[in-house]
Design a binder for this molecule. Sequence first.
Ligand code: AMP
Length: 119
Amino acid sequence: MPTLFAKIIRGEIPSKQLYQDDLVTAFRDINPQAPTHILIVPNKVIPTVNELTSDDEQITARMMMVAKKLAAQEGIAESGYRLIINCNGHGGQEVFHMHMHLIGGRPLGPMLWGSSLVG
Ligand code: AMP
């Protein structure tokens, strides 16, 4: 079964896509936790960080570079933002297609606060 994000990447499910290249796709989170909440997702399905291999180093580096580019595009590079990758149950991962959250546009508070994503 393709993952939800694989369907979004292929355009089978609509999204507010902001960026796509040969390795990653970025689109707005459907349930934003802040004025900017973007998901940066490898085009290839990697379920969690635990399944990363050394072959995926280019993908993970690209995710960071796209996060930086989109933060600047959103106008939040100077005010600041948070990058989050949840992993498995205790990490709060809900979609098992590894992804990075880019969240900003308001003060995000302390790193961990109860069970919420960003404080
Ligand atoms: P995680 O808990 O780290 O697995 O995050 C999954 C994220 O996917 C959540 O922030 C959801 O709001 C988001 N999400 C779920 N369905 C969609 C969708 N169809 N389009 C965009 N974001 C989605």
